[in-house]
Design a protein. Structure first.
Length: 175
């Protein structure tokens, strides 16, 4: 079923007016917003920031490399524990138009380094990010918003620690 959905989304993107880009390009954007952990470990929502580099092909597909840093305070513990994370995430992205306003979706794999006073020692985990967003292109400037959920493949300190974030982006995309 998921292959069918991916096939339909790709076909719609290719057949939609302006669905294919005339040429390949690259982008570099900064991101800032908020995020917090989900599932077993509860934290307060706090700042997340980073950078996203992209390689965009002559069509609706692109590749992104996303660095993120986040720090969240544990909630309901009676102490001031902090969970920090630094992650490197790779995305396969699909743009649904090549107009001035570009809706897009993405998914991929990544690596996150967890550390901070909430953990007795730092740990590294693989994550599976998926998200969607909307960008406004005022060539060469790009302004956007995106939301993402990161499923953690293993527990951290015996707890399931997924993560969500909502960020605004600004940067350049050439051409």
């Amino acid at each position: 079923m998921s292959r069918f959905i991916v096939t339909v989304v790709a076909a719609v993107a290719l057949l939609a007016p302006g669905g294919a880009r005339a040429q390949a390009g690259f982008s570099l954007q900064g991101q800032v917003g908020g995020g917090e952990t989900a599932r077993d470990l509860k934290t307060s929502a706090n700042w997340v920031y980073g950078a996203i580099g992209g390689l965009h092909f002559a069509g609706p597909l692109g590749l992104e490399l996303d660095y993120q840093h986040a720090e969240n305070d544990l909630s309901g513990t009676g102490s001031l524990g902090t969970l920090k994370q630094d992650g490197l995430l790779g995305h396969l992205r699909i743009d649904f138009t090549r107009m001035t306003i570009v809706p897009f979706a993405y998914a991929g794999v990544g690596w996150v380094h967890y550390h901070g006073s909430a953990l007795s020692s730092s740990v590294d985990r693989a994550v599976v990010p998926a998200g969607a967003g909307l960008e406004f292109h005022a060539s060469p400037l790009v302004f956007g918003v995106r939301g993402e959920y990161q499923w953690n493949t293993q527990t951290v300190a015996g707890k399931h620690v997924d993560y969500w974030k909502a960020v605004g982006t600004v940067g350049l995309r050439l051409p």
